[in-house]
Design a protein around this ligand. Structure first.
Ligand code: S3P
Length: 170
């Protein structure tokens, strides 16, 4: 398969895909974009409102549009994604897929220890009910691994080591 030169970060909500993307930008000549940001900008609203007003199916259709656009138009870029983006059928044609892995409790600790923990939880419709979120995590973990080219464990790891591991693997 003719892979494009993008780096795609996948993983569960709150694992730190955006933070890792920004750290990669600071240590390389790459630029970064985020699929949720792209969707919010074309809809002029937040992911939270898209879910509550138009529904999850509409959001997934926007993710699909975004995935096709990325495949056809974007190269040499770090792409952080929403936690469900890994299901896009063309994802492996967009670039090299890196799964950021952490336990569910590790993710909750990361969110709860962040400065804006409340806002981070509030903006994520699928993190409102933590029992449901854990079920979703358990449903998804194997598939994240299956779809990825590289798995990077990020739990309790320094950002500089995460960046080194990713840049050493691409
Ligand atoms: C989702 C994750 C969110 C966002 C939407 C759905 C998911 O992104 O795309 O709320 O299905 O896991 P983050 O992973 O950045 O929270």
């Amino acid at each position: 398969m003719n892979k494009k030169n993008n780096i795609i970060l996948i993983g569960f909500m709150g694992v730190g895909k955006g933070t890792v993307a920004r750290a990669l930008v600071n240590s390389s000549s790459y630029f970064a974009i985020d699929t949720d940001d792209l969707i919010e900008s074309i809809e002029s609203t937040t992911v939270k409102k898209i879910f509550s007003i138009k529904g999850e199916a509409h959001f997934r259709a926007l993710e699909k549009r975004c995935a096709l656009w990325l495949e056809n138009n974007v190269d040499n870029t770090i792409i952080s994604t929403g936690g469900g983006f890994f299901k896009q059928e063309n994802i492996s044609r967009i670039g090299k897929i890196i799964y950021l892995e952490s336990s569910f409790d590790g993710i909750l600790n990361r969110i709860n220890n962040s400065e804006n923990a409340k806002a981070k939880l509030k903006k994520r419709p699928l993190l409102q009910d933590l029992d449901e979120a854990k079920k979703l995590y358990n449903q998804r973990i194997e598939d994240y691994k299956k779809v990825s080219d590289i798995t990077v464990n990020v739990e309790n790891k320094d950002m500089k080591d995460i960046v080194k591991e990713i840049l050493g693997n691409i």
